[in-house]
Design a protein around this ligand. Sequence first.
Ligand SMILES: Cc1ncc(COP(=O)(O)O)c(C=O)c1O
Length: 431
Amino acid sequence: MSTHEKSKELYERACRVLSGGVASEFRKFSTPHPLFYSRGEGSRLWDVDGNEYLDFTLSQGPLVLGHSHPEVLAAVAEASQQGQLYAGQHLQELELAEMLQRLIPCAERLRFSLSGSEADHAALRLARAVTGRPRFLRFEGHYHGWFDSVSWSVGGALSDLGPRDEPTPVPWSQGLPADSRHEFLVLPWNDLAMVERVFARHAGELAAVITEPVMCNNGCVPPQPGFLHGLRELCDRHGTLLIFDEVITGFRTALGGAQQHFAITPDLAVFGKAMASGYPISVLAGQERYMRLIAEGKVIHAGTMNSGNPSVAAALKTLTILERDRIPEELRSKGEFLMAGLAEASRRAGQPLLIQGLGPMFHAGFSPLAAVRDYRETLTYDKGAYARFVAGMHARGIRLIGRGLWYVSAAHSQSDLERAISTAHEVLRGM
Ligand SMILES: Cc1ncc(COP(=O)(O)O)c(C=O)c1O
């Protein structure tokens, strides 16, 4: 029987110094309370009480090669010996940019930042400057970082969302500027007819449509056939930019991201997470005719800490391994195996666990629906039941994200996957 005594003590101490005891909002929602970890290696993570976990959170996605990949650690150590940050260019930064340019379809030009939130912010600023238009179209339940203008309609109860064809923007936080409410038009995802209606009324105002190419932040909802294509066509027709937020899909669905997987090239795209095995780096990638405004200094993008040696070395090594060992294909087959096994386990246990996604990342949740297509339908998930499932898995040494997303890594072995399936069956049967 696992205990979390030391973690509990440290968490109580942390609450006296860190707001909420954590450094990011999403870390608050942990079982049985935010835990303190002391080590990660491969597919495993250990807490300060000595409990071992088979880890499917992968630090919310970045650890695509698992924890502490030795080649990445060696590359980081070597680069760190050469200095940390030059406030100037370096060869590895150039090599990384060239690699990304080769891998990502829309990446004619790039700029590095530290986080997905920052790179999303830069993409929106650039789209406004390119088009001279003030507003954006975004989709309910998508997440594009925590900055002011995008902190609307990330979540919300059905009663707050307003009518489907004209949703009410729902604030995610207090303290947002009142006018940021009008920066975005909001729609449910996956409904092209509604997007067409918005374009018919507002095309001249729309700088960009921003979307996760797979809605990963609520459920893991693939685009309906033709939806992304339809967005591309509408944007082309109306001089609106199409921005793919690939912070989760990037380097997981394919090396070139979901844009390669679905064969749809956006005008701008944002990558982060899986790029550098947990080191802070993100990238804004885009077509030269738009990124030119950054080159000319008309649109400002900056950052003291951008493209530091350790992060760049980690990214270069991570991407080299992903390509060399064909990891995205491996993640797909591992993920599909796990998805099928979990679906079969829930069927045998008589539980309505809906498994949905692409494989490298997927979602599990208790829903009466056969499939979920947009944020409103994700509200059918029984969160209490999933919390009990997560707690049951956790008590048996398997760490999951509370909101249902599962991440698969190159470090997960076949026996890890089989253990996750058999443990899930045991937990589901007992529910
Ligand atoms: C799709 C998407 N965009 C942007 C972000 C923000 O990235 P970061 O947490 O690195 O700021 C996230 C983070 O989860 C994300 O999932």
